[in-house]
Design a protein around this ligand. Structure first.
Ligand SMILES: [Zn+2]
Length: 424
C-alpha cells in the first residue's frame, strides 16, 4: 500500500451532510488521524516516525497463529510445536520489518520531491506513509509508487539469497523455513501492490500514466479508483466463493481486503476531488462576508436567546467597533449560573482568540480546512488587520465540495454516481 494518506471506509463512499454542525463524512475524510487513533510510536527511521496501530497487533497475533498452526507445519514438517511458534514469532517480526522497509522506500522518494511526511503507520492490511499532499507531477507519483514494490522485490531477493546461504551452511530447518516464508511474503507483497487498483501502488502507477496522458489528475484518479473498486469487488466475490467452498479463513481475508480496498478507493477519490476543489481557492471566496458577531455588552441571556437559538451556532465572534475581541458561546455560558445570564455581559465570559480561531482572507481554503481538522473547530473567524471581515464555516466548504462533486458526477464515473445527493 502506499502514497498519500487515505482514509478507510467510514462513510461508505457517500456524501451526507449530517444535521449536527454540518460535520459530515466529508469532514472525517480529512481527519486521517482518526483511523490511527490507537497508535503507538515504535521508533524513528531516517527521520520518519514509525507508528504502530493497535489493529496491527491484532493482525500480528492472527498471522503468528496461522503461521505456527497451519503454514509452517506444512512447509517445514517434523518440528516441535514450540519451534513452529518461535518461527512464527520471528516471521511476524520479519513481516513488520518488511512493511516498514516498503513504506520507507515510498517515503524516501516522497521526501526527495519535497512532500512533507508525517510518518509511517502500520495498521491492519499493511502500512501507510502519511503524505500531506498529492504528488506534484506524474513522474514523482510514478517513482513514489514504484519505490515500494521495488523495495519489496529487493527484500524478497535478499531473503532468498540468505535462504541459499543457509542451505549451503546446513542451517537448521526452522531457520530455512522462516527465511523461505519472508522471501515468499515479500514477493507476494510486491505482486499484490502492483495490481493496477488505486490506491494500491499499481493503481498509482496507472494514475500517473493517465495523468501524464491527459494532464487531468481528477479524471486519472477516477479511472484508477474505479479499477480499485472493481478489484475490490472481485476480491469480495472470490472471498465469498471460498467461504462457500469451505475455506472459511482464507475467504474471510479476501472478503475483508476487498471491502477495505473499495472503501479506500472511494475515499481516495473523494479526497482528491476535495483537494483539487479547495487548493488555491482563497478563503475570501468561500467565506460568509456578512458575519454575525455580538457586541461585548450583550447580556449572556440575549446571546443564547437571540443568537444561539436563532442561528444555531454554538460560538460567535465578539467584536468591538469591527475589531475582533474574542469568542463566546454555549461553552462559556454554561460556566456561569443561569440566574446571572440576564445581567452578565458577554465580554466578562468570552474567550480570547487563539491562533487556531482565526484565518486570513487570502489564506488557502485547503489550509483552512486543515486548520479546522487540527483544532476541531467548525468555524473560523476571518480577520484582516484585526478586523472581522467574514466567517468561514465547514458547512460552506462542504457545500462548495458537494457542488464540485455534482459537476464531477455529471462527467460520469462510479464514485460520482455513488456519492449521491448532498442532502441534509
Ligand atoms: Zn506501497
Amino acid at each position: 500500500m502506499s502514497g498519500s494518506t487515505w482514509s478507510c471506509d467510514r462513510c461508505g463512499g457517500r456524501v451526507r451532510l449530517s444535521a449536527r454542525n454540518g460535520i459530515s463524512p466529508w469532514f472525517s475524510l480529512f481527519r486521517e488521524a482518526r483511523i490511527f487513533s490507537h497508535r503507538v510510536r515504535l521508533f524513528s527511521l531516517f527521520g520518519f516516525d514509525v507508528w504502530i496501530d493497535a489493529s496491527w497487533l491484532l493482525l500480528a497475533a492472527l498471522i503468528s497463529w496461522t503461521l505456527a498452526e497451519a503454514v509452517f507445519p506444512e512447509t517445514t514438517p517434523n518440528l516441535a510445536r514450540a519451534t513452529y511458534w518461535w518461527m512464527a514469532g520471528a516471521a511476524t517480526i520479519g513481516l513488520l520489518f518488511s512493511i516498514v522497509f516498503h513504506e520507507t522506500a515510498h517515503s524516501l522518494v516522497a521526501r526527495r520531491y519535497g512532500l512533507p511526511i508525517r510518518g509511517i503507520t502500520l495498521f491492519i492490511f499493511g502500512g501507510v506513509a502519511d503524505l500531506e499532499r498529492e504528488p506534484p507531477s506524474p513522474k514523482s507519483e510514478l517513482l513514489m509508487a514504484a519505490a515500494g514494490p521495488l523495495a519489496s522485490l529487493l527484500l524478497s531477493a535478499a531473503f532468498f539469497i540468505l535462504l541459499a546461504l543457509a542451505g549451503a551452511w546446513n542451517a537448521p530447518d526452522a531457520i530455512r523455513g522462516t527465511l523461505w516464508y519472508l522471501g515468499y511474503i515479500n514477493f507476494m507483497l510486491a505482486l499484490f501492490n502492483l495490481v493496477p487498483a488505486f490506491p494500491l501502488d499499481g493503481g498509482r502507477v496507472l494514475r500517473a500514466a493517465l495523468w501524464f496522458w491527459r494532464g487531468d489528475l481528477a479524471w486519472a484518479t477516477r479511472i484508477a479508483a474505479n479499477a480499485g473498486n472493481l478489484f475490490g469487488i472481485g476480491l469480495i466475490v472470490y472471498g465469498v466463493v471460498n467461504v462457500m467452498m469451505g475455506n472459511f479463513i482464507g475467504g474471510m481475508w479476501f472478503f475483508l481486503i476487498g471491502m477495505f480496498l473499495r472503501g479506500a478507493a472511494a475515499a481516495s477519490y473523494q479526497e482528491v476531488i476535495a483537494r483539487t476543489a479547495l487548493e488555491g481557492v482563497p478563503v475570501l471566496q468561500v467565506m460568509n462576508r456578512e458575519p454575525i458577531a455580538v457586541a461585548p455588552d450583550l447580556p449572556v441571556a440575549a446571546l443564547i436567546e437571540d443568537f444561539v437559538y436563532r442561528f444555531h451556532h454554538r460560538t460567535f465572534p465578539v467584536t468591538r467597533r469591527g475589531v475582533l475581541a474574542g469568542s463566546v458561546g454555549t461553552e462559556q455560558a454554561a460556566k456561569i449560573d443561569r440566574s446571572a445570564w440576564p445581567t452578565t455581559p458577554v465580554e466578562r465570559i468570552m474567550a480570547p482568540c487563539e491562533a487556531d480561531d482565526v484565518v486570513g482572507p487570502e489564506a488557502d481554503a485547503l489550509a483552512a480546512l486543515a486548520q479546522m481538522r487540527r483544532s476541531g473547530r467548525s468555524r473560523l473567524w476571518v480577520v484582516r488587520e484585526g478586523r472581522l471581515v467574514g466567517v468561514l464555516s465547514l458547512r460552506d466548504m462542504l457545500e462548495l465540495l458537494a457542488a464540485k462533486l455534482e459537476l464531477e458526477r455529471d462527467r460520469g464515473g462510479e464514485f460520482g454516481r455513488q456519492s449521491g445527493r448532498p442532502g441534509r
